[in-house]
Design a protein around this ligand. Sequence first.
Ligand code: 13P
Length: 346
Amino acid sequence: MSVNPSPTVDTAELEEISLALARGKGILAADESMGTIKKRFAPIGVESTEENRRFYRGMLFEAEGAEEFISGVILFDETIRQKASDGTPFPELLARKGIIPGIKVDTGTKPLAGSDGEKITEGLDGLRPRLEEYHALGGRFAKLRTVYSIGAGLPTRYCVEANSHVQAYYAALCVEQGLVPIVEPEVLMDGDHSIDACYDTTLRVLRSVFARLSLYQVPLPKILLKTNMVLSGKEAGDRAGVEEVARRTLECFHEVLPPELPGVVFLSGGQTEEEATAHLNEINRQAGDDAPWHLSFSYGRALQASALDIWRGDAGNAGAAQEAYLKRAKLNAAAVHGSYTAEMER
Ligand code: 13P
């Protein structure tokens, strides 16, 4: 494969794609790595075979009417090459419905050399030709996730800065190759830390990421940020409520995010389906017309948990599983407009 550092793609198109992904609708993250999808299938007694993965993801992609609420889908390397049962390649199936195909390009988190348990994300080596291939396969946006744990003295400056380099150089390569980069720094929810600790860490991480994006001359109107909400740790005793989560998340964003950024798409990060929707709704309700960014979702677990539980590997359950997925998609799209209510769950 040739390496083309100056593709013919018109990168003005990237600004439109970025807006189309975050404005009024959200993204389905269906890019679980081999290890993660195995973990999602295990509790429902489904073996992680290539065919089971193809069937399950195809079922979500073919759900009728999803395009009303879903702007894009993040695929895994295997999935972008797979076909629906009628032989249509998945990227083509999605594009025909008006859903933008995207691709996860990181190759996972690995131990950060010389650190005590922190992680660095890999995937930069050989990324330029891989992006060229993904674009040819129909991918129009990409995602790379870096992770940060909160703890005594953690995350270290070494971990934060090293991962910011990865994010910013990945983003620069994506723009060059004509894909919108979704820059995804995730401050993990694991632990018993306070919401203040999450606020401080998220602020530090985002400040570092945006400083590096600026240094590497990444045009912010051509990217999206995917990040965590500002939340109490999962095991914290007195967890912050919905109003506080929304207020602290917006406070953090107003402190650090440049107005040229078109949007933020949140990850769910281990929240329940209902929590993730209620938080997103309150964030948009409080933001009103004040926020310069679109505030939407790019959920994995919070769009799929019920659907997986209903499906359980039985094709006979596919229709009901699709309905459960459509319901989450619809409620989260309502949350983007701040018009979700708990009654809509019934
Ligand atoms: P969750 O919404 O399950 O956190 O997954 C989103 C994602 O893409 C993580 O990289």
